[in-house]
Design a protein around this ligand. Structure first.
Ligand code: IMP
Ligand code: MG
Length: 180
């Protein structure tokens, strides 16, 4: 097991597996018929996934515009409290646009539900959702993603952009920090 910051990390999804799945997701997205696509990466957790996915989208023949939406979900440690606020909004006018929201994990669904409603309120024509990981066991909102990288066990994961207190985002894989 890789050891980072003195802790063993159990790998759930390795770099090669993620890269292969990103290619499949991109082809799936390309075949969905989005027009003049605007992708919106939800910061901070999705920045690594978004960076790889947009290049895979290029490989699949798409030429999206790329934007960022930074939200805070007031997590106390590893548990989400429910309240969501916008820390930094998108700059683009989304009215009439096909939007694809990219996030790292769909868990309670509150983040994606908030972002999707915000884009529909602004009259986006179509709002799709792509997440790297789906943790279906903890939903508080009845929302699903249109495109899912992997179904993830109900564990707190790190790496590939995802953090504990801003650490472990640099890992090229997704894993679980093991107990000492
Ligand atoms: P939701 O609003 O409960 O669906 O939570 C989604 C957000 O919580 C994601 O965008 C992640 O940033 C964060 N999150 C949920 N589970 C994990 C995890 O296991 N590791 C790191 N971040 C997580
Ligand atoms: Mg996040």
């Amino acid at each position: 097991m890789p050891v980072v910051r003195g802790r063993s990390i159990r790998v759930l999804f390795d770099a090669e597996t993620i890269a292969r799945r990103n290619g499949e997701l991109a082809r799936e997205i390309a075949s969905t018929g989005y027009v003049d696509l605007l992708v919106i990466s939800i910061l901070k957790g999705s920045f690594v996934f978004a960076a790889d996915l947009i290049r895979a989208l290029h490989g699949a023949g798409l030429s999206p515009e790329v934007e960022f939406l930074s939200v805070s979900s007031y997590r106390a440690g590893t548990v989400s409290s429910g309240e969501i606020t916008v820390l930094r909004d998108v700059e683009s006018d989304v009215a009439g646009r096909d939007v694809l929201i990219i996030d790292d994990i769909l868990e309670s669904g509150r983040t994606i539900d908030f972002a999707k409603k915000a884009m529909l309120e602004r009259s986006a024509r179509r709002v799709g959702i792509v997440v790297l990981l789906d943790k279906p066991g903890k939903r508080a909102q009845p929302i699903e993603a249109d495109h899912v990288g992997f179904v993830c066990p109900d564990l707190f994961v790190v790496g590939y952009g995802m953090d504990v207190a801003h650490a472990y985002r640099e890992l090229p894989f997704v894993g679980v920090v093991e107990d000492d």
